[in-house]
Write a protein that binds this ligand. Structure first.
Ligand code: NAP
Length: 430
């Protein structure tokens, strides 16, 4: 099968590529890549991705030999792809996986729209040309696979329905949700009006792998866990709220199965934990227990987080923000500015953690049962049996082990934590 793939330098798509290498006996890839902001070219970037993959050296070699790199610039006509390359893509591609998106929650609409909406329109234009070319030449139909997000539904005070072929989003939580919703409306319209072969995947929050605990990106719940570990989260809220986290390896298992088995070609597959989703309290309790028992910094005391009502929590956050803004104005000290930026980043995450977000997934589970070997997401949290005993069923300990081993991907400097512990001790002695 010949694939055109976007987003290979990201978190999720490389894991899907690993799986396609295992599941497809004769894969060939075109990868759409751009230079990065540090000036690294597309070859260098692709080599770094291949190097990082969980494949043996022979498979990595095979992947490199079977890959053609396509430099893109979303803002230019036809993605800025050189005309000869574009016509090669039209002639050869059988499946497109559009996994690229700007997943930041704090971008201005006009900026993020380019990566999330304009990009999707241009990918569809390419798909349309491929589709027509294949029809004219009596070749098998092409399929477009698009990675959307459950959070495109925005604010919902009820369970978020599986409403395909409809889509009625609520008010978006941020410009990411807004632009992903716009892209979904555009793509759905192609299915509903033109009967195109398009599959939309709708993962919820994608976290570390269930098999290894590893992740490439430590954001969202990882940041909250990190603040708890560092003692910078004296209060939190919404202990009963569900956080629908699914592991990246399951997402990749499902998407690669759907692509490689080649039997399901149209519709929406929500990739959610649904009723099995962990609560904020589950994640907190497991984190507190694990970090306290395995803390790499001797003498470091992890304070308990106190759960408070939402209104109080948001009030405290606003007080924090205003205090640091005022202190920055008065003193000009960078540490206050940093605090304000940190609080704003957290505010972007709050809707995903503290707001009611419960996802229906029964229809998708049935489809996954039929078309893949992976109908249900592995459970993150451990569960209690009917006698109230904790049963080690979840993979959360692997996630927590990875965060401690890597220091949240390098975000936590243990030497600094140790120095702070030593400083506190010597102050106490004085
Ligand atoms: N992560 C989650 O929790 C989650 C949950 C639900 C759905 N999703 C969806 O899953 C997909 C993959 O997410 P991810 O977490 O892997 O994201 P990620 O790690 O941030 O990677 C994003 C990828 O998209 C590329 N990209 C973004 N804008 C681009 C542009 N203008 N031109 C070219 N390439 C561009 C990036 O390329 P550069 O390296 O060049 O920036 C990178 O390869 C996205 O569609 C996202 O909406 C993610």
């Amino acid at each position: 099968m010949i694939y055109f793939i976007t987003g290979v330098t990201g978190t999720v798509v490389p894991v899907i590529v690993e799986e396609l290498m295992r599941k497809d006996a004769d894969p060939k890839f075109y990868f759409a890549i751009r230079k990065d902001n540090d000036g690294n070219g597309i070859e260098y970037r692709f080599e770094s991705v291949v190097h990082s993959l969980d494949l043996d050296p022979a498979e990595k070699q095979k992947l490199s030999e079977r890959s053609t790199l396509v430099e893109i610039d979303v803002e230019r006509e036809k993605l800025g792809i050189a005309p000869e390359m574009y016509s090669d893509l039209v002639k050869n591609t059988e499946k497109i996986l559009h996994g690229a998106a700007d997943v930041r929650f704090d971008r201005p609409y006009e900026e993020i729209k380019i990566s999330n909406v304009v990009f999707s329109h241009k990918i569809y234009d390419l798909f349309d040309e491929i589709k027509n070319h294949r029809k004219q030449n009596s070749q098998s139909d092409a399929t477009l696979y698009y990675i959307s997000t459950g959070y495109a539904y925005g604010i919902y005070d009820k369970i978020i329905p599986e409403d395909f072929p409809d889509f009625k989003p609520g008010t978006p939580d941020n410009t990411y949700a807004q632009t992903k919703a716009e892209a979904k409306i555009f793509i759905l319209d192609k299915i509903n009006r033109l009967n195109d072969r398009i599959v939309l995947f709708e993962p919820t929050i994608i976290g570390g792998a269930a098999r290894t605990g590893k992740t490439k990106t430590y954001n969202l719940h990882y940041v909250v866990l990190m603040l708890g570990y560092l003692g910078k989260l004296p209060f939190f809220t919404a202990a009963d709220n569900q956080q629908d986290i699914v592991p990246v390896d399951w997402v990749a298992d499902v998407i690669s199965d759907i692509m490689a088995k080649n039997e399901f070609h149209q519709g929406v597959l929500r990739l959610a934990s649904g009723p099995d989703a962990a609560t904020v309290g589950d994640v907190h309790d497991a984190g507190y227990e694990y970090f306290t028992a395995n803390d790499p910094v001797p003498g470091h005391v992890i304070p308990k987080v106190r759960f408070v009502p939402r209104w109080f929590f948001y009030f405290m956050i606003n007080v924090q923000k205003m205090f640091n803004q005022a202190m920055y104005k008065i003193t000009g000290k960078k540490k206050y500015r940093k605090m304000v930026v940190g609080v704003r980043l957290l505010e972007g995450y709050f809707p995903y953690i503290t707001r009611y977000k419960v996802f229906e997934n029964s229809k998708s589970t049935q489809l996954l049962e039929k078309y893949t070997n992976y109908p249900k997401a592995p459970i993150l949290q451990n569960i209690k049996d009917k006698n109230g005993n904790l049963v080690k069923k979840g993979y959360i300990d692997k996630i927590l082990a990875d965060t401690l081993e890597t220091g949240w991907g390098g975000m936590v400097d243990y030497a600094r934590v140790a120095a702070q512990v030593a400083g506190t001790r010597s102050n106490k002695v004085k």
